[in-house]
Design a protein around this ligand. Structure first.
Ligand code: CTP
Length: 407
């Protein structure tokens, strides 16, 4: 299920001429799926990489790229600029960024940018050397200082064969940023220090094998992104995860539960809030072989010893901090979650039934129950993990307020 966070919102999608222009189709499709109305404006060069017909078919809006096409009605660039609630430029080329920084309007897209006075989100994509070029970097800084928003490109192998930053950011990240700009995420956690754990831990058996679990880290990373967008300082202690951390977050990568314990301890004094979304392994192999274990004909018995419960330990020395834990259950969700909140000293347990469709591991949605140590529970509907992250942070804000009111 897709949440219609952008229902009825009017987005101008500017597409400049780079190899990543073909990805505009996926971005446009995602925006439309989330309910947005999308008007695509392409540069002439962009048409060499993707046809207007493709984007027109996806958005069901005529695609424009020419300043001087005769038309009935008003002046094209002014009308489009008035229509849009936000402008997303993906990909943004070095050329377009340079023109914007210099205030040049010499085609329809750059002219609309000049006539547009609401949020503009740029997603640069270009060759690594071009991206690192000091002139391009200066232009990006100039635009940032003027209030333009950016989703940084990610690193990887580029079309030109070089490695490094320059790939257009993932569609999810671009759309999430646009949503947060359009939906006006409140800066209600400005300055709050939040420690978040995410992902699985890996407990090694030998140098090549480990015990782990199916956590992807999506929930914890969503909380980190939401917290940064709301103005918090975020330290994300992350077990191995394929996700790219949200910009603005300090990441502390760890592997084992012991390493996570150490990293959490190092930042616990610093934080005001701890959100423990990591799926910490409850056990680790008692011994870890120095060399690779060799197969033998006989059965192999592993002896596992318990890991420390990090959450419970934090609960005991929390002081005035707000602590949020998670619980993945398969039965008696509410009762067990309440008990967990009481036992572990958490102010809130976010519990989910991992057997339900749309909840649990490696999906973008979740169905959660909030459980409190006083026995209260609140069931939430199926929602995107980012939306749930915001609900959790709303709750954190309320719990902090209640704590402050009680002296
Ligand atoms: N947790 C932790 N340290 C551990 C185990 C769990 O900090 N060694 C935290 C998780 O980050 C999460 C919560 O505790 O916030 C999850 O608890 P869960 O694993 O569901 O419960 P357990 O305590 O393992 O109890 P059970 O085995 O009954 O599910």
């Amino acid at each position: 299920m897709v949440t219609l966070m952008l229902a009825g919102r009017r987005v101008i999608l500017g597409v400049a001429g780079g190899i990543a222009a073909y990805k505009a189709a996926e971005i446009a499709g995602t925006l439309v799926k989330r309910g947005a109305e999308v008007q695509v404006i392409m540069t002439r060069a962009a048409r060499e990489f993707i046809t207007p017909l493709t984007l027109q078919t996806i958005t069901r809006h005529e695609v424009a790229s020419d300043m001087f096409t005769p038309r009935s009605g008003g002046v094209a660039h002014i009308e489009v600029a008035r229509w849009g609630e936000a402008m997303l430029i993906a990909p943004a080329t070095a050329n377009l960024i340079g023109k914007m920084a210099a205030g040049i309007g010499d085609d329809l897209l750059s002219t609309i940018v000049l006539a547009f006075d609401r949020s503009v989100l740029l997603c640069p994509a270009m060759n690594t050397t071009m991206y690192r070029n000091p002139v391009v970097q200066r232009n990006i800084r100039t635009l940032s200082a003027l209030g333009y928003h950016f989703v940084e490109p990610c690193s990887g192998r580029l079309a030109c064969g070089e490695e490094g930053p320059g790939r257009l950011a993932p569609t999810d990240e671009i759309v999430a940023k646009l949503e947060s700009l359009l939906c006006g995420v409140p800066r209600d956690l400005a300055g709050v220090r939040i420690l978040i754990t995410a992902g699985p831990t890996r407990e090694p058996l030998d140098p090549v094998r480990y015990i782990s679990n199916r956590s992807s880290g999506k929930m914890g990373y969503a909380v980190a992104r939401a917290a940064v967008d709301r103005g918090a300082y975020v330290v994300l202690v992350s077990g191995p995860s394929a996700l790219s951390p949200p910009p603005g977050v300090k990441v502390v990568p760890v592997e084992t539960a012991e390493e996570m314990h150490l990293a959490v301890n190092q930042h616990f004094e610093w934080c005001d809030v701890a959100v423990k979304a990591a799926a910490v392994a409850d056990y680790r192999p008692q011994t870890q072989a120095g060399g690779k274990l060799k197969k033998r004909a006989a059965n192999l018995t592993l002896i596992l010893e318990p890991n420390r419960d990090i959450l419970a330990e934090l609960g005991r020395r929390k002081g005035r901090r707000i602590i949020v834990g998670f619980a993945a259950e398969t039965e008696q969700l509410e009762a067990r979650a309440v008990l967990k909140a009481q036992k572990k000293g958490a102010d809130l347990i976010v519990a989910n039934d991992v057997t339900k469709l749309g909840a649990g591991f490696d999906v973008d949605t979740n169905i959660a129950v909030f459980a409190y140590p006083d026995g209260r529970t609140v069931s939430l509907p199926l929602m995107e993990k980012l939306a749930l992250a915001h609900r959790i942070l709303d709750e954190v804000r309320e719990l902090r307020k209640a704590g402050a009111d009680n002296g």
